[in-house]
Ligand binder design. Structure first.
Ligand SMILES: NC(=O)c1ccc[n+]([C@@H]2O[C@H](COP(=O)([O-])OP(=O)(O)OC[C@H]3O[C@@H](n4cnc5c(N)ncnc54)[C@H](OP(=O)(O)O)[C@@H]3O)[C@@H](O)[C@H]2O)c1
Length: 310
């Protein structure tokens, strides 16, 4: 089990972290470790399936509160779904590290009176060194990550007839490579600390299930189909390692976000069709995290009522 203790206020240690907000003291987390520094936690191999099931059943009354005081990294926290998810987790007492390029927007997410603490990191999910720096800061200042929500995403208006190569490159670098690197680093961090109830959540899309439902959305469908496959790939890799770290994805239909509203074309489309609000997605994340350890919600498809494409 994890223990908590009161720790020091984190400070910025490298130039990568010059924009990390210092929002007061934080409860630092530390895994129970033995003299060799290894986590004292029975491995899956030491327990029979029945014992493991009993263990899960005993823990089944634990909802999202089991993550209170723990650390979630939310990428793309400066806007849209990532911002709403970050705020929802803070309200549930989870300490949130928000990662995005527009760090000032993350700092503004602080929820007054919420039990969770917010840390804002300026970082670029399209650059590996930036991701690795963020994980290093979290390791050194908050001990590690217990939950990762991959919400950072870039969706250029592009098509396969005249789309720009650079737009496609950015979409792959952020939506695929960045998501895969963040997930790998989070899983390694969890395993290093013996955290077996960690959670990786990808924000995917209805486009992973209903491919190319509209012209100009082909690359988005490619990206999100890859995310869906990566989620199952990671799940199988974790099972192979006898890990109980869970992987889930949320596949929304249209959600009204700042990113999309900035486009004139999409502002007009939103005028004519139903859409979801960011809170709907944040609540789905809470639902996923609220399940007992034996339940891995694999994918939540959420569509606006009466959505007419696809
Ligand atoms: N809105 C929809 O209808 C919809 C539907 C299905 C799926 N999605 C997916 O949902 C996710 C969230 O999108 P959203 O609608 O909430 O859009 P949004 O409001 O535009 O938010 C996108 C977020 O991603 C971050 N981001 C983009 N590039 C980044 C980079 N290189 N490094 C770090 N952060 C980066 C942005 O932060 P900075 O710009 O500050 O870096 C921003 O916080 C995306 O993966 C999107 O594909 C959206």
């Amino acid at each position: 089990m994890l223990r908590t203790s009161v720790g020091e206020r984190p400070t910025c240690s490298t130039e990568h972290y010059t924009n990390i907000s210092e929002l007061g003291g934080v409860r630092m987390l530390s895994a129970a470790v033995d003299a060799k520094g290894e986590a004292q936690r029975p491995s899956g191999r030491q327990l029979s399936q029945q014992q493991q099931q009993q263990q899960y059943t005993a823990a089944s009354d634990m909802g999202i509160e089991k993550y209170a005081g723990r650390v979630a990294l939310v990428t793309g926290a400066s806007s849209g779904m990532g911002a709403a998810i970050a705020q929802e987790l803070l309200k549930h007492g989870i300490h949130v590290v928000g990662l995005a390029r527009r760090v000032e927007l993350i700092k503004a997410l602080e929820v007054k009176g919420s039990p969770g603490k917010l840390y804002a990191i300026q970082g670029d999910v399209g650059k590996e060194e930036s991701i690795l720096s963020a994980f290093k800061w979290i390791r050194e200042n908050l001990n590690g990550v217990d939950i990762l929500v991959n919400s950072a995403g870039v969706d250029h208006e592009t098509d396969f007839v005249s789309g720009e190569t650079e737009h496609w490159r950015q979409m792959f670098e952020v939506n695929e490579l960045g998501l895969a690197i963040c997930s790998r680093e989070a899983v390694q961090d969890m395993m290093r600390r013996g955290v077996d109830d960690g959670f990786i959540i990808h924000i995917s899309s209805i486009a992973a299930h209903v491919p190319v439902f509209i012209d100009g959305f082909g690359m988005h469908s490619v990206n999100k189909t890859a995310v869906r496959v990566m989620a199952e790939g990671l799940r199988k890799d974790l099972v192979a390692k006898k890990s109980k770290i869970r992987v889930g994805q949320i596949s929304p239909g249209f959600v009204k976000t700042n990113g999309i509203n900035q486009s004139e074309k999409w502002a007009q489309i939103f005028d004519t069709m139903p859409y979801l609000e960011v809170e709907d997605i944040a609540k789905a994340v809470v639902y996923m995290l609220s399940q007992p350890p034996r339940v891995q919600v694999h994918d939540i498809i959420i569509r606006p009522t009466a959505e007419f494409y696809g």
